[in-house]
Design a protein around this ligand. Sequence first.
Ligand SMILES: [Mg+2]
Length: 235
Amino acid sequence: MIAVAPDTDAGAKTAARGEVITRPAVVAWLRAFAAVVARDRELLTELDAAIGDADHGINMDRGMQAVLVKLDELGEPADGSVGALLKAVGMTLVSSVGGAAGPLYGTLFLQMGSAAGQASELTLAEWASAVAAGVAGAQARGQAELQDKTMIDALLPAVAALRAGAASGLSLAAALGRSAEAARQGMKATVPLVARKGRASYLGQRSAGHQDPGATSSWLLLETAAISLSAGTVP
Ligand SMILES: [Mg+2]
């Protein structure tokens, strides 16, 4: 007979069911991302100053500060769904962030929320599917392909790593870590590229030699996911 943990012990319940991403873990991820964006606001703005209009750090920080306010409003409902949370984040970003980042990140979270549905916690495979849906939404919205020197260059490799991790039975922490590393490599690979989408594409060849700001904020999103989302689960 399996020992059943007391109902009040959320951590033990999680352990008994295996590894899942809970709504509180997603909230912790969003709060961590907001903190990292605030910390790296100048870096993101400097990257955008080189090949864009120098507003990416300002825009992302404004958006994530608005998300923090929204998270406080939403609180921690006992039966809150991950999907509803992610959709609220997407709506907040769409309505509070200017430039391309608002619609693109907003669409990412909205589509991710639709895919996550009503569940209050997701397995790695379910999480990978939700992230894939979000990235597909952002890609469709921006009409960007790999090597266009955009956020997609960090996000698509991260999705592939998440899916591969889920398919091969990696632990949550290992799969999230590999997706963050794939995003980092994708971000680094934007440096020599000539931009084919967004404001940077107006620069033509002069856009080469600079790291894409959108790919950089996307790497930060995946890096904070790797740190935040496996907390509270069994390694
Ligand atoms: Mg910009």
